[in-house]
Design a protein around this ligand. Structure first.
Ligand SMILES: Cc1ncc(COP(=O)(O)O)c(C=O)c1O
Length: 477
C-alpha cells in the first residue's frame, strides 16, 4: 500500500512507469494496430487471475502485451475518429496526484481543499457561461451523467410544479405526473438524452424529436409548435435539450431563440455543451454560444474540448436550489445539521474522483486562452479539411462545413459496404482512424478533429489511404 513506509518505493515505481510510457509515446508511429477482438481475447482469457506474478515488472510487461501494444493512441495526429482528445501534460500529472492521494470529493472531511478547488472551478465555468449569481454545479463522470442529472432536476421541478398547480378534488401523485412529462430535443442530440428519459421513468417515447434544419440545428419554430401541441394534448413539457455541438455534425442549436421559446413556455432549458464547451474559452468562436446564458442547466465535458484525461465533466445549474433534488442526508456521512460544504449533497455519486484537480492544474499552468486557441485550431482545421475533400472528385462531402470540428464525407461511388471495408482496412493498416455514421440513411465517414497537433497533411495522408482502400474494395466486390 502507498504510505509512509512505501514512499520511496512509490517514487521509484512511478518514475519507472513514467519512463516506460514515455518510451512508448516516443515510439508510437500509428494510432492503432487494428486487431479484431478475436486476436486479443485468447491472451486476456488465458491470464489466471488467481495466480499472481508477484512482481510489478512482470505484471506491467504483461499489461504491455495485453493492452499497450494495441492501445488506441488519441494523441497520434492521424487519429481522427471519435470525440477523444490528446491530454494536457499538467492534467496528466494531476491524475497521478489524485490517484495517489485518493481524495474522494463527497464530504468536506474527505477532501477539504479538494472541495474548495472543485467549487471554484464550478464557479469559474458558470461565470464563463454567464449563469448568474445563484449558479452552482458539480463535477461528474461524463456528459452522459451530466445529461442524466440535468434531466432528473428538470423532471423533479416539473413534477413539483404540476403538483402545486393541481386544483382538482383528488390530489395528484408524482407517479401520475410522470407519464405526462415530455422532453424536446433535435434528432441530432446525443443518445444519452433518450437513455436518461428511460432511466428516469419517463420512457424513451417521452422524448419528442424536434426537426432540424439543413445544417442539423434545431428549428426554433418547430420547437414552439411542438411545445404548443404538447400543452394542447394535456401533456407537460419538462425540458428542452439544446445541443451546443452535436456529436456527428458539430452543429450548435440556435441557443438564443430556443432560450426565448423555452422561457415563454416556462420549460427548463438544458444545453448539452459536452463538445462545444471549448467555445467558452475561444477567442474566435465564442459567439456561437450566444444565448447559453439563458440555460437552466449546462453539460460541459472538459475531457473533450479542454484536453483533459477521462473523466472530467460537469453539470452547471442556474439556480443552486434545483440541486436539492439529488440531496439526501445520512447521519454517517453528511448530516443535515452540518455546517461544512459537502459536494455529495449535489451529486448523483457518493465516492467521487477529484477530477477537478486536472482542470485546475491545466488552467494554472497554461491558462484558458491556450485551451481556447487549441480548440480554435481544430475548428479551423476542419474547415480546411472540408474544402480539400469538396475539391477532390474521389470524395463527396456528406454535410455542410461544421460549426465545430467534424467533417462528414463519402467515397465517390462507394456503397455502405464499400465504406465499411475501406474504414476497416484503414484502421488495420495503422495509417489512420476515422469514424462512421449515417447521414440520411446512408453510411458516411467522419473526421472528428480534436488534436491541435494534427496538420492538414496528416488528414490528406489518411484520405489518400482511404481512397486507395475504397478502390480495392470496389475492385474486389
Ligand atoms: C453532445 C454529446 N453529449 C453527451 C455526450 C456523452 O458524453 P460522455 O461520453 O462523456 O458520457 C457526448 C459524447 O460524445 C456528446 O457528443
Amino acid at each position: 500500500m502507498l504510505g509512509r513506509d512505501t514512499a520511496a518505493a512509490y517514487r521509484g515505481l512511478i518514475a519507472d512507469v513514467a519512463g516506460r510510457l514515455s518510451e512508448r509515446f516516443a515510439a508510437v508511429e500509428r494510432p492503432w494496430t487494428g486487431p479484431a477482438p478475436a486476436d486479443l481475447a485468447p491472451a486476456v482469457a488465458a491470464v489466471d487471475l488467481d495466480r499472481p506474478l508477484r512482481s510489478f515488472e512482470a505484471a506491467f510487461d504483461e499489461v504491455g502485451e495485453l493492452y499497450l501494444d494495441d492501445a488506441v493512441w488519441f494523441h497520434h495526429p492521424r487519429y481522427l475518429a471519435h470525440l477523444n482528445c490528446p491530454v494536457a501534460l499538467p492534467a496528466v500529472a494531476a491524475e497521478a496526484v489524485l490517484a495517489a492521494v485518493n481524495t474522494s470529493v463527497d464530504t468536506w472531511d474527505q477532501s477539504a481543499g479538494g472541495t474548495l478547488i472543485e467549487r471554484r472551478l464550478v464557479e469559474w465555468t458558470a461565470e464563463r457561461i454567464g449563469l448568474g449569481p445563484d449558479a452552482d454545479g458539480v463535477f461528474t463522470s461524463g456528459g452522459t451523467q451530466s445529461n442524466l442529472q440535468a434531466l432528473l432536476l428538470a423532471r423533479d421541478e416539473a413534477v413539483e410544479r404540476a403538483l402545486l398547480k393541481h386544483e382538482g378534488d383528488v390530489p395528484l401523485r408524482g407517479v401520475e405526473v410522470l407519464p405526462r412529462l415530455r422532453v424536446f430535443a433535435s434528432p441530432h442530440s446525443h443518445f444519452s438524452v433518450v437513455k436518461a428519459a428511460r432511466l428516469l421513468g419517463l420512457g424513451e417515447d417521452a422524448v419528442i424529436t424536434v426537426p432540424a434544419d439543413d445544417w442539423f440545428r434545431m428549428h426554433p419554430a418547430a420547437l414552439d409548435a411542438a411545445l404548443e401541441t404538447c400543452r394542447e394534448q394535456g401533456l407537460i413539457p419538462a425540458a428542452v435539450v439544446a445541443t451546443a455541438g452535436t456529436t456527428d455534425f458539430g452543429s450548435v442549436d440556435p441557443l438564443g431563440p430556443i432560450g426565448e421559446i423555452a422561457a415563454a413556455h416556462g420549460v427548463w432549458l438544458h444545453v448539452d455543451a459536452a463538445y462545444g464547451c471549448g467555445l467558452l474559452v475561444s477567442a474566435e468562436h465564442r459567439g456561437l454560444l450566444k444565448g447559453i446564458e439563458r440555460a437552466d442547466s449546462v453539460t460541459v465535458d472538459y475531457h473533450k474540448a479542454f484536453f483533459q484525461p477521462v473523466s472530467s465533466s460537469a453539470l452547471l445549474v442556474r439556480d443552486r436550489a434545483a440541486l436539492r433534488h439529488v440531496t439526501h442526508h445520512a447521519d454517517y456521512l453528511n448530516p443535515a445539521e452540518g455546517a461544512v460544504p459537502n459536494q455529495v449533497d449535489k451529486s448523483l455519486q457518493t465516492t467521487r474522483r477529484f477530477d477537478a484537480l486536472k482542470l485546475w492544474l491545466t488552467l494554472r499552468t497554461l491558462g484558458p486562452d491556450a485551451i481556447g486557441s487549441m480548440f480554435d485550431r481544430v475548428c479551423d482545421l476542419a474547415d480546411r479539411a472540408w474544402d480539400w475533400i469538396a475539391s477532390d472528385p474521389r470524395f463527396e462531402v456528406a454535410a455542410p462545413p461544421s460549426q465545430l470540428s467534424t467533417v462528414l464525407f463519402r467515397l465517390a461511388g462507394a456503397d455502405d459496404e464499400g465504406h465499411r471495408k475501406a474504414r476497416e482496412a484503414l484502421a488495420a493498416s495503422g495509417e489512420g482512424m476515422v469514424a462512421a455514421t449515417r447521414v440520411e440513411g446512408r453510411i458516411a465517414l467522419k473526421l472528428t478533429l480534436l488534436n491541435p497537433e494534427t496538420a492538414l497533411g496528416d488528414i490528406v495522408r489518411v484520405l489518400e489511404a482511404l481512397a486507395r482502400h475504397g478502390k480495392t474494395a470496389r475492385e474486389e466486390s
